[in-house]
Design a protein around this ligand. Structure first.
Ligand SMILES: [Ca+2]
Ligand SMILES: [Ca+2]
Length: 599
């Protein structure tokens, strides 16, 4: 039935029939821009070279001005910071480099006063090996003995009696290299760690571990956070069988990437875990009607992520649009379509184009496409997860580990305005900060920052909140065209020349049907030579320079009534503002709304 509905809807749209706009109000997160902050690198308020809570609080107005709905702050809990803060020693307190718990409360309250939501990173899979739970577990203390995953050596008797070298229980490997089993001399057993040995995995087959995690959630929800981003969710459970995982290529060395992880990731128990947390968050909602969201981090295939939706996660993060997997409009279209047309009834689309674990997209694509990729990120329906500094076009540094986590570039002064420290910031600042920084870009109407803000503003329109998406690809898989449409409202079309070497010539009337003859330019990227407010004729040839990006609308009355139009090159079109841009080869006519309203 679901597929039939989708098919009928697509056919209707292809013949210019439109969806009736739903009247239901969207929940706060459903059209949100979520802004990821790596707190060590955002703003240092006290001159110690590390970003902190007060620094973030100082910059909340900047964040609000970007059109952001919610900030997601990566882990800020008590931690030796050996693994980016994902190595937690106390879930109920903060790492003091970021400030005090009161500083965090002040950040939370100030954000809420500006109608900005706050999402907390939640790291259930592992703790630091310096966590008191692990220390007690290593001593085999009764209450904590099974908090982690401990196993005997294969030759345990020989080890104990004869001091033999312990043999690991199976072939499971750590993601960052080596056996997943580390011998602990105090306990005389191996413990299991999926990532690195200083991050031992918690044992979710122990009911007390579930209780501890619920306690953590209760604590932070009561403090006022609006949602959680669950780290490494696919790694939480392992099979109890302890069987070896199949080797992919016997001729290659044994390592994490040469194993088929049928026993260490994506175990079915994870769905019940999501449901457990959903119930907990919904208990709070019962009293105040405020939704606390669950975002998840799992680089899993979509069939698994779609079960996250049905288990109660609002945002199973969609990593399929990250730069390293895709290069062309066809790739993007395939992945967008694959998600939108197959996600469960009632689900909301989401997308992320860069984050703290991946190459920033200007480094991958080149600077020509900074505006284009930001526009793509903001044009897609549902939840857009963006990464700090993306709005000003920040690039990777040469740091081997923290290449995508360099300090935010606020101005052109020493240390980019990130810190007033006399010594160096905790990690190197990108040398391009002299020109690529918030202060400089704010003054330039055609900067990356102002381009970002112009498009994020469109997300306040009904078309962006509740409208559909159509995709077209022109000029031999180089020009990517996305249109947001909604019956009774203006339409918006984004054109990106993803060819960073050659200018592409496009005449829209030849390639896209049912367009107004005259469209207004909402904004053009600096490399496009198109200026806001000007009109273009769809019968003209447009030259899109390499990487050029423009946004067009048929909202002629409000944005271009003062622009004179040459009657010899245009003719009126009888279409109304409800007209759709229906292209010759639309495959995707999406709508997260189609599913929300169970059409
Ligand atoms: Ca600081
Ligand atoms: Ca685990």
């Amino acid at each position: 039935m679901y597929w039939a509905c989708i098919l009928i809807t697509c056919i209707q749209l292809t013949y210019c029939k439109v969806l009736v706009p739903p009247t239901t109000v969207l929940d706060w997160w459903q059209n949100s821009i979520v802004y990821e902050i790596f707190p060590l690198s955002f703003k240092d308020s006290n001159g110690d070279g590390s970003g902190d809570f007060k620094g973030i609080t100082e910059k909340l107005d900047y964040i609000v001005d970007l059109g952001v709905t919610a900030i997601w702050i990566t882990p800020f809990f008590e931690s030796p910071l050996e693994s980016g803060g994902y190595d937690i020693t106390n879930y109920l307190d903060v790492q003091h480099v970021f400030g005090t718990l009161d500083d965090f409360k002040d950040l939370l309250n100030t954000a809420h006063s500006k109608n900005l939501k706050v999402i907390m990173d939640f790291v259930p899979n592992h703790t630091s090996d310096k966590h008191i739970w692990f220390e007690k577990s290593a001593k085999n203390e009764t209450d904590y003995a099974d908090y982690y995953i401990w196993k005997d050596a294969k030759n345990q008797e020989d080890v104990i009696k004869n001091n033999a070298t312990p043999i690991v229980p199976n072939n499971w490997q750590m993601i960052f290299g080596g056996s997943a089993w580390t011998w602990h001399n105090t306990r005389k057993q191996f413990y299991f760690a999926q990532f690195v040995k200083n991050l031992p995995d918690l044992n979710f087959r122990n009911k007390n571990v579930h209780k501890e995690m619920k306690n953590v959630l209760n604590y932070w929800i009561k403090l006022g956070i609006d949602g959680i981003r669950v780290d490494a969710l696919k790694h939480v459970y392992e099979s109890e069988s302890l069987e070896d995982e199949p080797v992919v290529d016997e001729n290659m060395a044994l390592n994490y990437f040469n194993l088929d992880h049928i026993y260490t990731i994506d175990q079915d128990e994870v769905y019940d875990l999501i449901k457990e947390w959903r119930l907990l968050l919904d208990d709070f909602k019962q009293s105040d009607h405020h939704t606390r969201i669950i975002m998840t981090e799992s680089y899993s295939n979509t069939s698994i992520l779609f079960k996250y939706y049905t288990s109660g996660a609002e945002i199973p993060t969609n990593f399929n649009l990250l730069e390293e997997y895709h290069h062309t409009p066809n790739d993007y279209e395939r992945e967008i379509e694959n998600w939108i047309t197959k996600m469960p009834v009632g689900a909301t689309f989401n997308s992320v184009l860069q984050n703290h674990d991946h190459t920033r997209f200007p480094t991958f694509y080149g600077t020509e496409l900074i505006d284009g990729m930001n526009a793509l990120s903001l044009f897609l329906p549902g939840v857009s997860i963006v990464y700090y500094g993306g709005e000003i076009g920040m690039e990777d540094t040469s740091d081997k580990i923290n290449y995508a986590r360099s300090p935010m570039q606020w101005d052109d002064t020493k240390n980019a305005g990130f810190t007033n420290s006399t010594h160096e910031p905790w990690v190197a600042i990108h040398p391009d900060y002299v020109t690529r920084n918030v202060q400089t870009e704010n003054k330039n109407p055609k900067s990356y920052l102002n381009f970002f803000k112009s498009i994020s503003k469109l997300r306040q329109t009904e078309t962006f909140k509740r409208g559909g998406l159509a995709i077209d690809i022109l000029n031999n898989n180089t020009v990517f065209v996305l249109t947001r449409f909604l019956h009774g409202h203006e339409n918006y079309t984004l054109m990106i020349n993803m060819d960073t070497n050659y200018t592409q010539r496009v005449r829209l009337s030849d390639q896209v049907s049912n367009l107004h003859d005259i469209l207004t330019i909402v904004i053009g990227s600096e490399n496009s030579n198109f200026n806001s407010g000007n009109s273009i004729s769809t019968t003209e040839w447009l030259n899109l320079s390499p990487g050029a990006t423009i946004v067009l609308t048929d909202n002629l009355i409000s944005t271009s009534s003062s622009i004179p139009v040459d009657d010899t090159t245009t003719k009126s079109t009888p279409s109304s503002s409800t007209q759709l841009y229906i292209t010759s080869r639309i495959v995707l006519l999406c709508l997260f709304l189609i599913t929300i309203f169970n059409l």
